[in-house]
Design a protein around this ligand. Sequence first.
Ligand SMILES: [Fe+2]
Ligand SMILES: [Fe+2]
Length: 212
Amino acid sequence: MFRQPSRLDALLADAQNAVQTVAGRPQAERPNPGNGEADLVLDAPERRHAAGLMRINHVGEVCAQALYLGQAAVARDAATRSHLLHAAQEETDHLAWCADRLRELDSGPSLFNPLWYAGSYAIGALAGLRGDGWNLGFVVETERQVEAHLDEHLQELPVADARSRAILQTMKADESRHADAAQAAGARKLPFPIPAVMTAASWLMKTVAYRM
Ligand SMILES: [Fe+2]
Ligand SMILES: [Fe+2]
């Protein structure tokens, strides 16, 4: 017998995603863009630096998953909810690719991923409670900020790290598309000081995640 998914079903699905994102091994639907590039040998400082940057990008994707699911949990309109869930699905590819590259660089994800996830889920739900225009505005701001830091990382990566660079280039194109789609779906421009607070939070995340 078919029944409508309940609030509890949705919460359980979110909890399952949280565990899978933080402790599991999420599977990408698309092939890893880095696989087409040669795996050149990096010296130890280069490898550490590349791993620090890719760990930041991995945390960014953990946060994206959590934000979008937190927002979807409180979205009022079914179209907004499905927009958010679809965006979260695409972020899973990014998450898996960054995790693959971290392993290749003999490194691993941030120790604080459970914290980043929980904080981002709460922020997403709070933003979503303000209404669907805000919800989509939050997606636009998040994606634009991620796009800007991907640009920085594309400059900062060691020249020889073509595999990480290919991953970030594909992610940047995806994030830009996510922002445009949310804009087209009716995003509101977030008022001051929210974008500034988001920039400060992401600065903190980047500073910590580069190291551990
Ligand atoms: Fe992403
Ligand atoms: Fe995105």
